[in-house]
Design a protein around this ligand. Structure first.
Ligand code: ADP
Ligand code: TRP
Length: 320
């Protein structure tokens, strides 16, 4: 089984990224051949600061490694170290119906949030399909918001197979139900572009401040509270043990505990949960060549696979 996922280097990683994508990706790394990449070509659709792009790409590599990606098990590489993927994106674009892309939620959301409609942003799902198909991927761990992109990938693979004969495998999304959509401090989907994120590797003061500013209803301290509607409880459920979760649920239902207290409990758990990862991150930072070595090794392996698949594609479409 080949497992593939990517993450854009567009800023600091938050706990939505961690539970939606990184943790499932790390959990899968021993179940087959895992390939994870830093989607720097994709980030160009919104980031036009070369220094920031370079710095963010290294930072995502660092954070992913700190979160448990083991380069002995999984291949970590930079998207742009496999430029053949842009060739495949071009070939896929020649069979992609306009309507398929016009229906993409993520494009529509980005426009609604005021991003300018460049062609790259519009055709992003085609590049993403190429990212997945060029490695003969079987499974793609992502958050729920990416599900439609995987469906588009499958549609394009089917279209290519129908047109040119069997070339591509059809990949499956792997969406972890427990963290389908991690809420941010305002209760909406956590996203750096909504400014409601809690970063994984922020300092203690910053993380505490973010947790303490989680929006709640105005129930009085004594009043019973509904855990299912609470962002605090939802986030706590991601990081606490079964008993601790049951305990907090009871405190909610019983009443007598204020939201401020629940937030403190959440902060303590979150801080503790990410402690080993912060430690690992420091270790990696102290090893000057580690990240470069991992990425160079990853690029080599990713290119080996991409080269084989592209030979198959070129042959099938008549470029050979
Ligand atoms: P952002 O919305 O902050 O820009 P990205 O779109 O870069 O995050 O997402 C990177 C990965 O993290 C994707 O696989 C995405 O599905 C996952 N992800 C992002 N936010 C969340 C969330 N709030 N809940 C679950 N998964 C998420
Ligand atoms: N679109 C994904 C995101 O914004 C990142 C991504 C790019 C990706 N290519 C991919 C994820 C291929 C999985 C597979 O989060």
């Amino acid at each position: 089984m080949r497992i593939l996922s990517g993450i854009q280097p567009s800023g600091a990683l938050h706990i939505g990224n961690y539970f939606g994508m990184m943790q499932p990706a790390v959990a899968l790394q021993t179940e087959g051949e895992a390939l994870y990449f830093i989607a720097d070509y994709h980030a160009l659709t919104s980031l036009r600061d070369p220094q920031a792009l370079r710095a963010n790409s290294r930072r995502v590599a660092l954070d992913f490694l700190a979160c448990g990606l083991d380069p002995e098990c999984a291949t970590l590489f930079r998207h742009s170290d496999v430029p053949q993927v842009t060739e495949l994106a071009w070939i896929l674009s020649t069979v992609a119906p306009m309507g398929l892309l016009e229906r993409a939620h993520s494009y529509k959301d980005k426009l609604a949030r005021g991003m300018s409609a460049n062609v790259g942003l519009f055709s992003y799902p085609i590049l993403m399909a190429a990212d997945i198909l060029i490695y003969d991927s079987d499974v793609v761990p992502v958050g729920k918001d990416q599900k439609q992109h995987i469906e588009i990938t499958r549609d394009l693979a089917v279209k290519m197979n129908e047109t040119f004969g069997p070339i591509f495998k059809l990949p499956e999304p792997r969406i972890r139900v427990a963290s389908e959509t991690v809420p941010g401090i305002d209760g909406q989907k956590m996203s750096k572009s909504y400014g409601n994120n809690i970063d994984i590797f922020g300092d203690e003061k910053e993380m505490r401040k973010r947790v303490m500013s989680i929006v709640t209803d105005s129930a009085a301290m004594d009043a019973p509270k509904d855990p299912e509607q609470s962002t605090i409880f939802k986030l706590y459920s991601l990081v606490a043990s079964k008993d601790e979760i049951a305990d907090m649920r009871e405190q909610f239902v019983k009443g007598g505990t204020g939201y401020g207290d629940f937030k403190k409990q959440l902060f303590d758990k979150l801080w503790q949960y990410f402690a080993p990862m912060r430690k690992r991150r420091e270790e990696i930072l102290n090893d000057k060549s580690y990240i470069d070595d991992v990425l160079a090794h990853g690029a080599k392996r990713a290119n080996e696979i991409a080269k084989q698949v592209m030979e198959r594609v070129r042959e099938a479409v008549g470029l050979r």
